[in-house]
Ligand binder design. Structure first.
Ligand code: IPD
Length: 268
């Protein structure tokens, strides 16, 4: 069922408002120093005290303003709701950048209809805010993707090859496979970037700052908001190998998306 644009616009406004407040908390905590709270899947996969605190803020605001909605967050897990709307949240996407003082990290908030399972939901609204860069990207289903009051549009021609971005998982055992993937796509690339925040990479595809993006093994909270930005900016997003432990996500304008799919989707 498609949500009326007015409903999605309301969710977008709330996502933007909460992402601003959450981003300001992340930025101010960063200014006084970062403390590691734990490691997760591997030693390189970290969570900071700020990740937890920022997610708590987002969760509390949503519970206050939209009681009954579901929630899926990177740090605090999931709650099924009763309204059919679920919020998919990464409080700090690009945690390693955050730790190292690189400003390319973001708060990523998406509202989706349906279960919090990628592929089963319909995205309604999204906000990706990079407080270290002062940049807010947002989208509402049917209402376009925006950076402040500038409407976003993906690139549609790449005569000198595509400027692509990717990311690598935290498990060193997966690096060789990911590098083979890079080798496969380089024939269509003009160059390659590894920014460190998948949500921001997708926002940059939406903004035409990148022509395409690909990464294996992303979690729902890494791409839920960014994927809607790309689609609302006229681009395409696909996930495949979804039965594997590390599904592939690709995004780009129509042409780059199709070329990435030809190169990477072996079952196509
Ligand atoms: C990570 C970032 C990174 C991507 C990793 C993600 P996190 O999210 O999005 O760019 O390459 O796969 O896990 O851990 O910083 O929230």
């Amino acid at each position: 069922m498609t949500a009326p644009v007015a409903e999605s616009e309301g969710l977008r406004a709330l996502a933007v408002d909460i992402a601003c407040e959450a981003g300001e908390l992340a930025r101010s905590r960063r200014a006084v120093g970062v403390s590691l709270a734990a490691t997760k899947s591997t030693l390189a996969d970290i969570v900071t005290e700020a990740d937890r605190e920022v997610e708590e803020l987002i969760r509390a605001r949503l519970a206050n303003e939209r009681p009954g909605d579901g929630f899926l967050g990177e740090e605090s897990g999931s709650d099924a709701g009763t309204t059919g709307v679920t919020w998919v949240v990464d409080p700090i996407d690009g945690t390693v950048n955050y730790l190292y003082g690189i400003p390319s990290y973001s708060v990523s908030i998406a509202a989706v209809r349906g279960p919090a399972v990628p592929g089963s939901w319909a995205s309604l609204a999204a906000a990706v805010f990079a407080p270290g860069l002062g940049e807010m990207f947002s989208a509402a289903r049917g209402g376009g993707a925006w950076q402040d009051d500038r409407r976003l549009r993906v690139t549609d021609s790449t005569p000198a090859g595509a400027l692509l971005a990717t990311g690598f998982g935290y498990d060193p055992a997966t690096h060789d496979g990911d590098l083979l993937t890079v080798r496969r796509v380089m024939p269509i690339a003009r160059d390659l970037r590894r920014g460190g925040s998948a949500a921001l990479d997708l926002a940059y595809v939406a903004a035409g700052r990148l022509d395409g993006f690909f990464e294996r093994g992303l979690n729902a909270w890494d791409f839920a908001a960014g994927a809607l930005l790309v689609e609302e900016a006229g681009g395409r997003v696909s996930r495949f190998d979804t039965d594997s432990a590390r599904p592939m996500l690709i995004a780009g304008g129509v042409d780059v998306h199709s070329r990435l799919r030809d190169l990477l989707d072996t079952e196509k």
